[in-house]
Design a protein around this ligand. Structure first.
Ligand code: SF4
Length: 400
């Protein structure tokens, strides 16, 4: 097995990346032939909204890194963004509050993500389209026929299964959510669940769950991409569609159907309050000295240590802030059944909920304090070693 500095290994990695780039370029060319004509010219739209080419290039770099792709994919991310408005999307609403759509529509000033979401080819979206009743139904049927196998089915909301699905009947024909979900999903290229409701059931599925609600994948028995969160971050949706446009398939998913690039690490790992956790500095009550100093919110019920999501990295509201930055602990909304397993939201999880195996937060904090000190020493050693190696190379290598 090669190592990172092994030239043979690096050559093989480069060859592998070149193959992926060639594949992606071929796929984008193919999409260019089969997708409907562009609805808008992205460059013109960005210019109209006051977004410069330079900002678009910066966005391309950031999105490429977020998608865990090497920099040589940047031109392909830009190319996929230009095709974004051509991908037909059918957006269904089941048992939910429309908060995810609201989150996607809200923006205080234009950025590339919001422009992409504005230009998306929404063939059917119950709360945004002008059509209603039979006309809306006809639009849906037309889309299912015209774009069979090519459109993305986006689903917002859980599916109630009780009374044979009769807790949720929709549209002029009064079909159940389950019937509509089966019909549309069976003709889609992919099914993307937006939000905690369609992903895992969310509050509708919380105990005692009177309507027997559950996530779409579970109820329909299909594979879905779960953009979990209440609401999710729009960039996680945009990135998933860009990946689809670039590679013709879904990104790598974790065991819960969430894209690994967005949900592969814990909130706790990227939290700006983490140094205070490691130093056992906790907010003990709202408004205390620790709260004013931005200390860790674990004792105030933060569920960041148990929650996988990129909120701290990408933030919300045009990347201005996110709940923990605003002073509120993470409530674990990207995890299944978080209303039941993470409650009460204002207190740490009871040790018994986790099988009694957890140490108290003070013990963890103090233990980490020791581990952190050892880590700093180790890091300093590694850094010094790297500098030594660099100095060696500078003296012995020919200048490039
Ligand atoms: S417990 Fe919460 S506030 Fe504290 S470091 Fe972890 S994620 Fe951040």
């Amino acid at each position: 097995m090669g190592t990172k500095k092994d030239p043979l290994y690096e050559k093989k990695v480069r060859e592998q990346y070149d193959q992926w780039v060639a594949y992606s370029r071929g796929h984008l060319e193919q999409m260019d032939k089969v997708l409907p004509k562009p609805r808008v010219d992205l460059r013109e739209t960005l210019a109209e909204r006051g977004i410069s080419r330079r900002e678009f290039i910066k966005w391309t770099s950031a999105t490429t890194a977020l998608l865990m792709l090497p920099p040589l994919f940047k031109p392909l991310v830009a190319q996929a963004a230009e095709q974004f408005s051509r991908l037909p999307v059918v957006w269904l609403h089941f048992a939910e509050c429309t908060g995810c759509s609201e989150a996607f529509l809200r923006t205080s000033y234009p950025n590339v993500d919001s422009v992409l979401l504005d230009t998306i080819s929404l063939e059917y979206h119950e709360t945004l389209m002008a059509a209603a009743g039979d006309q809306a139904e006809q639009n849906l049927q037309k889309c299912l026929t015209d774009f069979a196998g090519k459109f993305i089915c986006v689903i917002e909301g859980a599916l109630p299964q009780g009374l044979d699905g009769n807790y949720l009947r929709l549209g002029p024909k009064g079909k159940t959510g389950i019937e509509i979900g089966k019909e549309v999903a069976s003709k889609a290229a992919a099914v993307v669940c937006i939000g905690a409701c369609s992903s895992f059931g969310n509050v509708q599925a919380a105990k005692p769950n009177p309507t027997d609600a559950a996530g779409v994948g579970e109820v329909l028995g299909i594979r879905t991409v779960n953009i979990a969160g209440c609401p999710p971050n729009p960039i996680n949706f945009v990135g998933t569609l860009l990946h689809f446009l670039m590679f013709g398939g879904l990104p790598a998913l974790d065991g819960l159907g969430r894209p690994v690039w967005a949900y592969g690490a814990r909130i706790h790992s990227y939290c700006e309050r983490r140094p205070h956790y490691d130093a056992a500095e906790f907010v003990e009550e709202w408004g205390d000295e620790g709260a004013t100093k931005g200390w860790c919110l674990y004792k105030m019920g933060c569920k960041g240590p148990y929650t996988f999501a990129n909120c701290g990295k990408v933030r919300f509201n045009d990347a201005v802030s996110w709940p923990i930055m605003g002073g509120h602990g993470c409530m674990g909304c990207t995890e299944p059944a978080f209303w039941d397993t993470m409650a009460p939201l204002e207190k740490p999880i009871d040790d018994k909920t986790l099988g009694g195996g957890e140490k108290t937060v003070d013990t963890i904090g103090m233990a980490l304090l020791g581990a952190t000190a050892a880590g700093i020493a180790a890091h300093a050693g590694v850094t010094a070693y790297k500098h030594m190696r660099q100095d060696d190379r500078d003296e012995t290598s020919p200048k490039e």
